[in-house]
Write a new protein. Structure first.
Lengths: 359, 123
């Protein structure tokens, strides 16, 4: 009968990118159970969404998260456009895909760097973030800002990407792939990484389905769910398959994200190939009257928006359910049985983004 | 053996990955979002920019004929630029340096009777 201690893996921790408190109940070194507590980052975005008018809300919503910012704006704008019956020009749809996939690349590169940092492999962390800078420079050249690109608007996009920038995106994507090959080599062959990630935090396919896991967390356990297959923006015209691994441990999730980075760069190339000429945005007049539920694939998983308008220029309700919110319950299954040193790896493997979760 | 040598030699002779900021600065990219500037001679106090601003960084007072701008609230989203029919607000690509106090910029607007009247600016 060993004694149980409760250790707070607290909101401030060097390994966590964002604040969450996990009360770990430990018996000698093994985690027996865990109690997550969130709420350190709540900013009242849903209430603010009712106070602003619908055009100002785009800027509010893209600031919910810095890493998946464009996909929030995309989901909101697409929702309002479907309620009001606005037809988005084809060029705008493809440009939205390009920016969304660039966000996916920079998010997954950020996560790979954080994973390396979580077990102390700082040189790999710095190298990966150096490659990520290429994507940030691309975002700044095409939209003006590095992180919050502010290019999505109701009816289309606000900025165009010129021929010169499109060629630059193509050249940079080749360069990133070259550098990623080296990173993939390290992830595949390095003994320490495999020792710390393989077999750690295993979640079976049935558990993932029962808990409602989304995104790479679920796809690492064999569930082939990808909200991009529903065909919003220009995804119905691009060819891709969801990236799935079956092992269900942290290594599988890392491999899913690595392969998704290659897939995102491929999608960017497909979108640039098929980019039609045309207008950037449709004229939007009037106010939304109706409600809609819309799903979008963010880098961390599937994000659900519920928007209700009542004919005035303010929305009646804006409800956001972000992917990390659905992935937190998987911690209740993956953490028990792990040692204390594995807790950061397992927590990071769901790619936590609590500024999204708590809006 | 010595599988790590190419990496080590590459890092030794490759040069730094970072710039020695603030001694070496990069020029901002064209159309980078630096800061917003108003040209008071073109403004006609229509208040469209203040209504569109998501951060409430602009206040236009039609009775007192002033245009107040709080640059530290601005999120450089360009909604005001899109709303202004006179193209009085422009985007500049140099970002504002950090300061010791949050500034407020107040402009006195003289709405021209004839097309060529000027306006004054006070801070």
């Amino acid at each position: 009968m060993s004694r149980q201690t409760v250790v707070p893996f607290g909101p401030q921790h060097p390994v966590l990118p964002e604040p969450v408190q996990l009360k770990l109940v430990l018996e000698d070194e093994k985690v027996v159970s865990v109690l997550p507590a969130i709420g350190y980052c709540h900013r009242g975005v849903e209430k603010a969404g009712e106070i602003n008018d619908i055009h100002q809300n785009v800027f509010l919503v893209e600031r919910i998260c810095g890493i998946c910012s464009f996909t929030h704006a995309l989901c909101y704008c697409e929702g309002i456009e479907r309620i009001m019956g606005v037809e988005v020009p084809a060029r705008a749809k493809f440009l939205r895909v390009i920016w969304s996939e660039l966000h996916r690349v920079h998010s997954h590169l950020l996560w790979l760097g954080l994973l390396a940092d979580a077990f102390g492999f700082e040189s790999l962390f710095m190298q990966i973030w150096r490659h990520r800078e290429m994507v940030m420079d691309l975002l700044e050249k095409t939209s003006g800002h590095r992180v919050i690109v502010s290019t999505c608007t109701i009816g289309g996009v606000r900025r165009d990407i010129s021929e010169e920038h499109l060629n630059e995106i193509l050249a940079t994507s080749k360069e990133i792939e070259k550098q990623l090959d080296k990173v993939a080599g390290v992830l595949a062959k390095d003994y320490t990484i495999r020792k710390r990630c393989v077999g750690v935090g295993v979640m079976t396919k049935e558990q993932a389905l029962a808990l409602g896991a989304v995104g790479p967390t679920a796809r690492g356990s064999g569930l082939a769910n990808d909200a991009r297959l529903t065909g919003y923006a220009a995804y119905s015209e691009l060819k891709f398959e969801p990236v799935v691994e079956t092992a269900g441990d942290s290594y599988a999730r890392a491999l899913v994200r690595l392969r998704e980075t290659y897939q995102a760069l491929d999608l960017v190339r497909q979108a640039i190939d098929k980019l039609p000429a045309g207008e950037l945005a449709a004229k939007v007049r009037g106010n939304p009257n109706g409600e809609i539920v819309l799903r979008v694939e963010q880098p961390r998983g599937e994000c659900v928006y519920y928007i209700k308008g009542n004919g005035t220029k303010n929305l009646e309700r804006l409800r956001v359910r972000t992917p990390t919110y659905a992935n937190i319950p998987t911690l209740l299954v993956t953490l028990p049985g792990a040692t204390l040193a594995d807790v950061p790896i397992i927590t990071l493997a769901i790619d936590p983004c609590f500024s999204c979760t708590e809006r | 053996m010595a599988w790590f040598l190419p990496g080590v030699l590459g890092n030794l002779f490759g040069g730094p990955a970072t710039r020695l900021y603030p001694f070496q600065r990069r020029e901002p990219f064209p159309r980078a979002r630096g800061h917003i500037e108003l040209d008071p001679s073109k403004c006609n106090l229509c208040t469209l920019c203040a209504r569109r601003c998501p951060a409430a960084a602009i206040n236009v007072d039609r009775e007192k004929k002033t245009y107040t701008f709080w640059p530290f609230r601005c999120i450089i989203c360009e909604a005001c630029i899109e709303g202004c029919a006179r193209k009085a607000i422009t985007l500049k690509d140099q970002w504002r340096p950090p300061a010791y106090a949050k500034a407020t910029e107040v402009y006195n607007i003289v709405v021209p009777e004839k097309p060529t009247a000027g306006a004054g600016k006070t801070e």
